[in-house]
Design a binder for this molecule. Structure first.
Ligand code: FES
Ligand SMILES: [Fe+2]
Length: 376
């Protein structure tokens, strides 16, 4: 792709609504009311007594008090002001000092499902909420992988996080003490894209491993020496980026070559799972996890890796929030794209396409009906 000048704030609104977004880690949602803003909409989440997650608009039908200030009574949410009861579908079931219930008394309930250790919410047209379109983050609970992660609240447009992940040459400059070295910034890469995906593939052959990976390979495989390193970054619109990363002893067969299947068995492989959910136009919930396929039973390593990656991501957070402030201070600034921005450019095009599709819906689209599992 040729470098070009473009305005990174080109889309009319920064995010599509007809998409699954992670709204919480599974462990965050329980019998306490959890309030969160997703795509500029305030919601409240909880689990029913049988463990189903439900998500309602966080504003009482009566006088708009946030329902998250109320309490649970069984599976029902009781408003903390005048005591209206709502069931898990958002329908009002009782009103104080009244025998009947006004049939219009309800709050919006959102399609929601639980998968890959995350709770996913659909903010747009409910009939389009197809469970098959939840992004694949199976490494987060697959027994062949050990994984754990965190949630970061970042005060920037979620697309800035995507830009950051789609171009890992920033590792050299932002994360020089851990995962970055000059090989990443120097290595060529291949960019490909599909209907909803964009992929950047980078192989670095016969290089010195950066400190983090040198240590992993030594601990898990007792190897010290030059490595072949890979980074395969896959974006899935609108907000998910999985990064297949790892190193193997140089020349051990990991690099895909004509006529040979890639053999990574002597190496160590990780997946950095990232899914970014817009909170507002200028803030986001960044859910991430790191999964590995070696030393699976070492819980200490799981903990160390999670904290290590959290430290690395704090370096990104500083950059991203400073960048958002600079963008705000320079309204209308047009960005010049370099070759390294190819992945981010494709990601933004795919997001813009989804946003455009929503503003011009296909005929009969709203009649498509998909039954999804919702809390009763
Ligand atoms: S504001 Fe909720 S019951 Fe009145
Ligand atoms: Fe980073």
């Amino acid at each position: 792709m040729e470098p070009s000048s473009s305005n990174f704030s080109s889309s009319p609104s920064p995010f599509p609504l007809n998409a699954w977004y992670a709204c919480a880690y599974d462990v965050e949602v329980g019998r306490d009311l959890l309030a969160r803003t997703i795509c500029n909409q305030k919601v409240v989440m909880y689990r029913t007594l049988d463990g189903e997650v439900c998500v309602l608009a966080d504003a009482c039908w009566h006088r708009l008090l946030p329902l998250s200030m109320g309490r649970l009574e069984g599976d029902e949410l009781v408003c903390g002001y005048h005591g209206l009861h709502y069931n898990a579908r958002g329908r009002c079931t009782s009103m104080p000092s009244q025998e009947g219930v006004n049939p219009s008394a309800c709050v919006k309930s959102y399609p929601v499902l639980e998968r890959h250790r995350l709770i996913w919410i659909w903010m747009g047209e409910p009939s389009l909420a197809d469970p098959a379109s939840v992004p694949d983050l199976h490494w987060n609970h697959d027994p062949d992988w050990a994984a754990d992660g965190k949630l970061i609240h970042v005060k920037c447009d979620y697309r800035l996080v995507i830009d950051n992940l789609m171009d890992l040459t920033h590792e050299t400059y932002v994360h020089g003490s851990s995962i970055g070295n000059s090989a990443v910034a120097e290595a060529p890469f291949v960019a490909t894209h599909g209907h909803r995906t964009a992929t950047i593939t980078r192989w670095m052959e016969g290089i010195e491993a950066p400190p983090f990976w040198a240590n992993q390979l030594f601990q898990a495989r007792d190897y010290k020496g030059p490595v072949d390193r890979w980074q395969i970054i896959r974006f899935e619109a609108p907000g998910t980026v999985t990064i297949d990363v790892g190193v193997a002893p140089a020349g051990s067969g990991a690099v895909p070559k004509e006529g040979h299947a890639s053999d990574r068995s002597q190496g160590v492989n990780g997946f950095v799972l990232n899914t970014m959910t817009p909170e507002t136009d200028q803030s986001c919930h960044y859910f991430w996890a790191f999964a590995r396929n070696y030393s699976l039973t070492e819980q200490r390593l799981t903990h160390q890796l999670r904290e290590g990656v959290a430290n690395i991501f704090r370096e990104d957070e500083l950059v991203l929030e400073a960048q958002q402030q600079a963008i705000n201070a320079n309204p209308g600034h047009r960005f010049y794209n370099l070759n390294i921005d190819a992945g981010a450019m494709w990601a933004r095009r795919l997001i813009d396409k989804m946003v455009d599709e929503e503003s011009t819906p296909a005929p009969h689209q709203s009649q498509r009906s998909i039954v999804i599992k919702q809390a009763a």
